[in-house]
Design a protein around this ligand. Structure first.
Ligand code: HOZ
Length: 421
C-alpha cells in the first residue's frame, strides 16, 4: 500500500498540531502506524490522499450509522447552508429536532442542544448539581465522558490508549468531588453510597461502556444503579453519546428498560455535524437558565446546518424500520469471523470490540490487561487488506446501514485470515 502523500501531510501537520492531530487516538501511535489522511468518503467506503480505498468501520467514531455522505442528509445540510450558516438566534428546526429526540427518548422531557458530547456531559452534571444542591459525582473507571476537568480520572478512550491515568493540567480541586467506582461491580458502588450517600449529586455511566473497548452491562447492573441512586436522591445520568440511536432508536435506555434522570446524546443525533444534546426530567431542566440559575450557553448551539443534519438522520432512521435488525445481522457475521480468528469479542448490536486476550472482558481491569501489541498486529493486518478499523484496542468498531452484504463477507474473510501476525 502506498501512503506517501499521507506521510508527507502528516509530517507537515506535526509542525502545526500536537502529534499532528486534532484528537489523540487519530495519531495511531498505539498501533505503530502513522495516520492516513482522508480525502473523501461515500457509503461504506473512505479514500485516502494516496487513492487507497477502505471499507470503513470507524464511521467517524459512531455518527455515520447511515454510512458516509448519505444523500438525504447531504441535501438537507446543503439547503440549510443556503439559508445561512449560523444565526445565533431561535429557529423553527430546533423545535423539530427537540421533538424528534423526545419522541424517541421520552425521559428527555426537556432538553438543550449543544455542540459536543463533552459539553453535553459537563452541562448535565452541572444541572444535576444545581438541582440537588450536592457536589459529588460518581463515575466508573474506564468510562469516558469527554475531556472536561472533573471527568478526566481513569477515563477510557484516548487516555487509556496513551496509558494516561488522569489528565495533567487538571487540578486536584477539580477532581476532588469525583468518586470512582468499578463498572459492573455493584459492591464498589454500594461502598461509595455507604460512605458519601448524602453528598452525591449524580452517578454517570455509559450504559454500555464503549471507551474501554465495548463492555456491556451485566444483567441487572443498570437497574441496580437506578435503584441505588433513587434511594439516595442522586441523579442517574446515562451518557448515550455513543449508544443513543445506535443500540436502538431509544438508545440503551430503551434496550435495557432502565430510565435515567438525565441523558446525554451526541454523534448520531448530529448526523455527522458538531451537535449534541442533554436533557431529562422537566424539574431538573427547569433549573437551567433562563428559568433557573444553572448557567449554560453557546453561540453555535442549535446551529441550523447541524440541526438539519440531525433531523435528516433521525428521519432516515425512522423510515428504515429494519435498520437495527439489519445492523445486528451484519455485525453478527463479523463477530463470528473474529471468534474464528481467535479473538475475544464483546458485541452489543452494531457496536463491538475484538479483544486480544483469552478471557471475557467485563471490567476495566480486564480490558487494561489486553495484549495491545496483538491488537496492533490485527489492526495492521486489516489495514493492509483494505479494512479501516479503530487504531486502538480501547475503541469500538461501528457497522453502518451502508455496509453491503459483500462488504461484510469480504471483511469477514479478511478477519478470519488473521493469524496473529
Ligand atoms: N476517542 C474518541 C472516540 N471515543 C476519538 C474521537 C476522534 O478522534 O475523533
Amino acid at each position: 500500500m502506498i501512503t506517501e502523500r499521507s506521510e508527507k501531510l502528516y509530517a507537515e501537520a506535526c509542525g502545526y498540531m500536537p502529534g499532528g492531530v486534532n484528537s489523540p487516538v487519530r495519531a495511531c501511535r498505539s498501533v505503530g502506524t502513522t495516520p492516513l489522511f482522508i480525502e473523501r468518503a461515500k457509503g461504506s467506503r473512505i479514500w485516502d490522499e494516496d487513492g487507497n480505498e477502505f471499507i470503513d468501520y470507524v464511521c467517524s467514531w459512531g455518527p455515520n450509522i447511515l454510512g458516509h455522505a448519505c444523500e438525504p442528509v447531504i441535501s438537507a445540510v446543503k439547503a440549510a447552508c443556503e439559508k445561512g450558516l449560523t444565526f445565533g438566534a431561535c429557529h423553527k428546526s430546533e423545535i423539530e429536532l427537540a421533538r424528534l429526540i423526545r419522541k424517541h427518548f421520552p425521559s428527555m422531557e426537556m432538553l438543550r442542544l449543544v455542540n459536543s458530547g463533552t459539553e453535553a456531559v459537563m452541562s448535565a452534571i452541572r444541572a444535576a448539581r444545581g438541582f440537588t444542591g450536592k457536589d459529588k459525582i460518581i463515575k466508573f473507571e474506564g468510562c469516558y465522558h469527554g475531556h472536561s476537568d472533573g471527568l478526566l480520572v481513569k477515563a477510557g478512550s484516548g487516555l487509556m490508549t496513551q496509558s494516561i491515568p488522569s489528565g495533567a493540567g487538571v487540578t486536584e480541586g477539580c477532581t476532588r468531588d469525583t468518586l470512582l467506582a468499578k463498572y459492573n461491580d455493584e459492591s464498589s458502588v454500594r461502598a461509595l453510597f455507604d460512605e458519601h450517600g448524602g453528598e452525591i449529586a449524580a452517578l454517570i455511566v455509559e450504559p454500555c461502556a464503549a471507551n474501554m473497548g465495548v463492555v456491556p452491562p451485566k444483567e441487572g447492573f443498570l437497574q441496580f444503579l437506578r435503584d441505588i441512586t433513587a434511594e439516595h436522591g442522586a441523579m442517574l445520568i446515562f451518557d448515550e453519546v455513543i449508544t443513543g440511536f445506535r443500540l436502538s432508536d431509544g438508545g440503551a435506555q430503551k434496550l435495557y428498560g432502565v430510565t435515567p434522570d438525565l441523558t446525554t446524546l451526541g454523534k448520531i443525533v448530529g448526523g455527522g455535524m458538531p451537535l449534541a444534546a442533554y436533557g431529562g426530567r422537566r424539574e431538573i431542566m427547569e433549573c437551567v437558565a433562563p428559568l433557573g440559575s444553572v448557567y449554560q450557553a453557546g453561540t453555535l448551539s442549535g446551529n441550523p446546518c447541524a440541526v438539519a443534519a440531525g433531523i435528516a438522520t433521525l428521519k432516515q432512521i425512522e423510515s428504515t424500520p429494519d435498520i437495527y435488525e439489519a445492523l445486528d445481522k451484519k455485525s453478527a457475521v463479523l463477530e463470528e469471523a473474529m471468534k474464528s480468528a481467535g479473538l475475544n469479542v464483546n458485541r452489543c448490536g452494531s457496536l463491538m470490540t475484538a479483544f486480544s486476550n483469552s478471557k471475557k472482558v467485563v471490567s476495566y481491569d480486564e480490558s487494561r490487561a489486553c495484549d495491545t501489541e496483538k491488537y496492533a498486529k490485527y489492526y495492521r493486518h486489516l489495514l493492509r487488506n483494505g479494512i479501516y478499523a479503530a487504531p486502538s484496542q480501547f475503541e469500538a468498531m461501528f457497522v453502518s446501514y451502508a455496509h453491503t452484504a459483500e462488504d461484510i463477507e469480504r471483511t469477514a474473510e479478511i478477519i478470519k485470515a488473521f493469524n496473529g501476525e
